[in-house]
Design a protein around this ligand. Structure first.
Ligand SMILES: CCCCCCCCCCCCCC(=O)SCCNC(=O)CCNC(=O)[C@H](O)C(C)(C)COP(=O)(O)OP(=O)(O)OC[C@H]1O[C@@H](n2cnc3c(N)ncnc32)[C@H](O)[C@@H]1OP(=O)(O)O
Length: 240
C-alpha cells in the first residue's frame, strides 16, 4: 500500500522535531542529538580525514581526491545523523513512524558511524558513476576486533554490505540487501587499511547483482571476495 508521502513526512517530523524543553515521553534514556530539529542539525561529514587515519589511508585518500578533480570520481559524504536525500526518500515512502518511539528516533544514527574517531569504522567511499563502481577505503579500529589481532568477520561483512550497497544505490536509488555471500580468504589485521573495490555486474528489473573484493593497500593480499543481490524498493509495497 502506498503511504502518503506528505503525511508520512509530517508525522516523522512531528516525532523528530521536538522543541527544546518540551516534555519527553520517558526519561530513562540519555540525552541524544535529534535527527531533524530545525534548531540543531549535525552536519559533520564523517568521510573526511581525522587524526586517527594512518599514513597509508591519508595517501590513498589524497590520490582519490585527485581523481575527483576531473569529475570522473566523486567522494560520497557520510553523515551520522543528518539524512541524505536518499534516506529522506526511504523514510518518506517506507517507514511507519509509529513503530519507533520518540526518544528512540532521537537516538537514531548510522551504525557504521557510531564510534569515536579511530575506534570503529573509519572509511570513505568514492564512486565512479559512469563505470558503476565504487572504491571504499576502510580502516577497522580496535573496537572491531574478533580473533585477537584481527578484524571481526561481522565488521568486515558490514563494510562489504555498505560498499556494495553504496555502489548499488548509484543506478538503483533506494535499495536493500537481499543476499550477501562472502568468502573470507585471509584475516584482516586490526587497524590496517583495506581497499574494497565494488562493481555492478548485472541489472535485471529491480534486481542489482554486485561483486567486490577486499585487498591490502599494496594489492598483494586478497582478504575477501563477495557478491550481493540488492533490490530496488517498490514504493507500492510496504516493508512491514
Ligand atoms: C537508502 C538509504 C541510503 C542511506 C545511505 C546509507 C548508505 C549505507 C549503506 C548501508 C547498506 C546496508 C544495507 C542494509 O543493511 S539492508 C538491511 C538488510 N536487508 C533487509 O533487511 C532486507 C529484508 N528483505 C526485504 O525487505 C525484502 O525481501 C526485499 C525488500 C529485499 C525484497 O522484497 P520486495 O517485496 O521488494 O521484492 P520481491 O520479494 O518481490 O523480490 C523481487 C525480486 O527479487 C528476488 N529476490 C528477493 N530476495 C531474493 C533473495 N534473497 N535471493 C534471490 N532473489 C531474491 C525475487 O525472487 C524477485 O525476483 P523476480 O521474481 O522479480 O525475478
Amino acid at each position: 500500500m502506498l503511504r502518503s508521502c506528505t503525511a508520512g513526512l509530517r508525522s516523522l517530523w512531528a516525532l523528530c522535531g521536538r522543541r527544546e524543553g518540551a516534555p519527553r515521553l520517558s526519561t530513562d534514556l540519555p540525552p541524544a542529538p535529534r535527527l531533524f530539529s530545525t534548531e540543531k542539525v549535525i552536519h559533520k561529514d564523517w568521510s573526511l580525514p581525522n587524526p586517527s587515519w594512518s599514513k597509508d589511508f591519508k595517501l590513498l585518500f589524497d590520490q582519490f581526491m585527485k581523481k575527483c578533480e576531473d569529475g570522473s570520481w566523486e567522494r560520497l559524504p557520510s553523515y551520522k545523523h543528518r539524512s541524505t536525500q536518499k534516506s529522506e526518500d526511504f523514510k518518506t515512502y517506507f517507514l511507519e513512524p509509529k513503530l519507533v518511539k520518540e526518544e528512540r528516533v532521537s537516538q537514531v544514527q548510522l551504525f557504521t558511524r557510531g564510534f569515536e574517531d579511530g575506534l570503529g569504522f573509519e572509511y570513505v567511499i568514492f564512486s565512479n558513476n559512469d563505470e558503476k563502481r565504487t572504491v571504499c577505503l576502510f580502516q577497522g579500529g580496535p573496537y572491531l576486533q574478533g580473533i585477537p589481532g584481527f578484524l571481526h568477520g561481522g565488521a568486515m561483512a558490514t563494510m562489504i554490505d555498505t560498499a556494495l550497497g553504496s555502489c548499488a544505490a548509484i543506478p538503483g536509488g533506494i535499495v536493500m540487501t537481499a543476499n550477501l555471500n562472502i568468502n573470507f580468504k585471509r584475516p584482516v589485521p586490526i587497524c590496517s587499511v583495506v581497499v574494497i573495490n565494488s562493481q555492478l555486474d548485472k541489472l535485471e528489473g529491480r534486481k542489482l547483482f554486485l561483486s567486490c573484493n577486499v585487498r591490502s593497500v599494496d594489492e598483494k593480499t586478497l582478504y575477501s571476495e563477495a557478491t550481493g543481490l540488492f533490490i530496488k524498493l517498490d514504493p507500492e509495497k510496504s516493508l512491514t
